[in-house]
Write a protein that binds this ligand. Structure first.
Ligand code: SF4
Length: 231
């Protein structure tokens, strides 16, 4: 399966209404300009709505001015208090503190030192950070290399890849990433790679929902194993 130009136009028409507001985009741009801040934001976003992630992030930033030095010295309980809006805040507070300490001890608190390595070496180093898994590493790499090279696989992308029949239930992160990358006509997207990957993610989230997927209105149904086997 390959996304045709027509399908991409349809995705643009249907899913641009779910696109992030200018304010959210501006905030995200500011956060992504500092890989350490993006790392903390991504930890805070785990199993949390975007509204609550942003609230938790702002509160943490106001209290500690997010950087590896201040967070590694902060009391874990105080971090937890600052990110209460986000859910799972005790677990996340531990992760925030541990990853900050690790970066301070091993990289002088500078995540950009890892990101100067070539992409696959950087991925390996990111995965050594305490509490950091494939998805978080993917978000950081995508912010540097773009989704053409590092498409981010989260629960929505995993689900849609399985339903489309690109991978099986047991597929690893790497396999899903590889198979999903193959459906995009990257060479034709010219500067719109990240937008199209994000539109596809919006389709996965809003149409290929975990419960009651809206298959009848899905633009991918004729290529979808799940849909075709349910008919
Ligand atoms: S047809 Fe249904 S299962 Fe297949 S991608 Fe679309 S929403 Fe998901």
């Amino acid at each position: 399966m390959k996304l045709s130009e027509e399908k991409i136009r349809e995705m643009e028409k249907i899913y641009s209404r779910y696109w992030w507001s200018e304010e959210e985009e501006e905030e995200y741009r500011e956060i992504s300009s500092d890989p350490f801040k993006l790392l903390i934001f991504t930890i805070l976003s785990q199993n949390t709505s975007s509204v609550n992630t942003r609230r938790a992030y702002k509160s943490l930033n106001e209290r500690f001015n997010i950087n590896a030095l201040s967070l590694s010295k902060a009391d874990e309980h105080d971090i937890a208090e600052a990110i209460r809006h986000g859910g799972l805040y005790r677990v996340k507070a531990r992760k925030v503190k541990e990853v900050s300490k690790y970066l301070l001890e091993n990289y002088e608190g500078r995540l950009d030192k890892i990101l100067k390595m070539d992409m696959e070496k950087a991925r390996k180093e990111l995965l050594k950070l305490p509490g950091i898994g494939n998805k978080t590493a993917g978000v950081i790499l995508a912010s540097i290399y773009g989704q053409r090279k590092a498409i981010v696989i989260d629960t929505h992308m995993r689900r849609i890849a399985i339903r489309l029949g690109l991978v099986n239930e047991k597929a690893s992160y790497d396999e899903i990433e590889k198979k999903l990358k193959e459906i995009f006509p990257w060479e034709k997207l010219k500067g719109k790679e990240d937008r199209v990957a994000s539109l596809f993610w919006l389709l996965a989230k809003h149409t290929c929902r975990a419960i009651n997927p809206k298959c009848e209105e899905c633009i991918l149904k004729e290529d979808c194993r799940f849909y075709l086997t349910q008919k």
